[in-house]
Ligand binder design. Structure first.
Ligand code: NDP
Length: 310
């Protein structure tokens, strides 16, 4: 098993215990591949470190890519299909945490929770007095791009805040969610939302799905929440729209070029910035690790994979 990065200590320890583990970061890439390429039967990556075409091509004995993430945008799925390489991910176990964080970000942006915290820490409450008024979250119209596992969990949560829910994706879910409004166009969804949450997978169709036009439709009092992937949003346009006040605010867990965050965002008071921590709780990361291990063991034992993508 080739682990691409040391992203979870428990997973690394268990992989080491149950398999013959190679740590990709310990040896220069070319040197590692010269020595061990033929021995690698499984690759374990995550949302940031995936199996691209070059890596897959370099591993002639590769049988399975088990990703420690639900999003598999960093795995070359077409290449895996061609080569008969299986691919697994970690759905469901992280859904609640990501949805919690999306709602937390929306409230944090509107109620300016981090900014108010900084105000207290800086001693400004004492020197300047009461903090500025903020904006209510309860009852706001929430639009969701991608009413999948995470999108549905966000919808369920915001319903408890009396927020009307609408959504955009390729298929309307009228029978399952008769009270949610479906918009076949993202621009229309944005125009009818106060808070727009991105929760779809990243692929060729969804790259920059939040375009300048979408952000302008969301408008000067609208808030963009991105818990999907950075490239869902045209980041340059977002920074400009936030700076000009054409977009009201943003709560961002993901960025186009992680861990690089546009410098301009760091000075803005209408944004809340997180370092891609949607699934980052002890509980969920343990469950994700167990799913990766379960998939690898199922594969080795020729049993059905727990969460197959390919
Ligand atoms: P699901 O597959 O359950 O849901 C995805 C939804 O997106 C579906 O309802 C699907 O509907 C919709 N969708 C797919 N293609 C498009 C498209 N072209 N345009 C609009 N909507 C589309 O995935 P999850 O809810 O489990 O996860 C969603 C994403 O969240 C992941 O792929 C991942 O990138 C991201 N994520 C981020 C995390 C973080 O740390 N911030 C953590 C976990 C996940 P339909 O097929 O009808 O279009």
């Amino acid at each position: 098993v080739l682990l691409l990065h040391p992203f979870n200590a428990y997973l690394e320890q268990e992989l080491d215990r149950r398999f013959r583990l190679y740590r990709f970061w310990e040896t220069p890439r070319e040197e590692f591949l010269r020595a061990h390429a033929g021995a690698v039967r499984a690759v374990v990556g995550n949302a940031s470190y995936g199996a691209d075409a070059a890596l897959i091509d370099a591993l002639p004995a590769l049988e399975i890519v088990a990703s420690f993430s639900v999003g598999i945008d960093r795995v070359d799925l077409a290449k895996c299909r061609d080569r008969g390489i299986r691919v697994t991910n970690t759905p469901d176990v992280l859904t609640d945490d990501v949805a919690d964080l999306a709602v937390g970000l929306a409230i944090a942006v509107l109620r300016r929770i981090p900014q108010a915290d900084r105000y207290v820490r800086a001693g400004l409450w004492k020197s300047r007095g009461d903090y500025t008024l903020t904006t209510r979250f309860s009852g706001k119209r929430v639009g969701i791009i991608g009413l999948g596992r995470i999108g549905q969990a966000v919808a369920k949560r915001v319903e408890a805040f009396d927020c009307p829910v609408s959504y955009h994706q390729r298929t309307e879910q009228r029978a399952t969610y008769p009270s949610y409004t479906y918009y076949p166009s993202v621009v229309e969804l944005a125009a009818n939302s106060d808070v727009l949450v991105v929760a779809c997978p990243l692929n060729a169709q969804t790259r920059h799905i939040v375009s300048r036009e979408v952000m302008e439709a969301l408008g000067p009092s609208g808030v963009l929440i991105n818990v999907g992937r950075g490239p869902h949003v045209d980041e340059r346009e977002m920074v400009a729209a936030l700076a000009d006040g054409r977009l009201g605010g943003a709560g961002l867990d993901v960025f186009e070029d992680e861990p690089n965050v546009p410098e301009a965002l760091l000075g803005m008071d209408n944004v809340v910035l997180l370092p891609h921590v949607g699934s980052g709780t002890n509980e969920t990361r343990k469950a994700m690790a167990d799913l990766v291990l379960g998939n690898l063991e199922a594969h080795v034992l020729s049993k059905p994979l727990l969460t197959p993508v390919v």
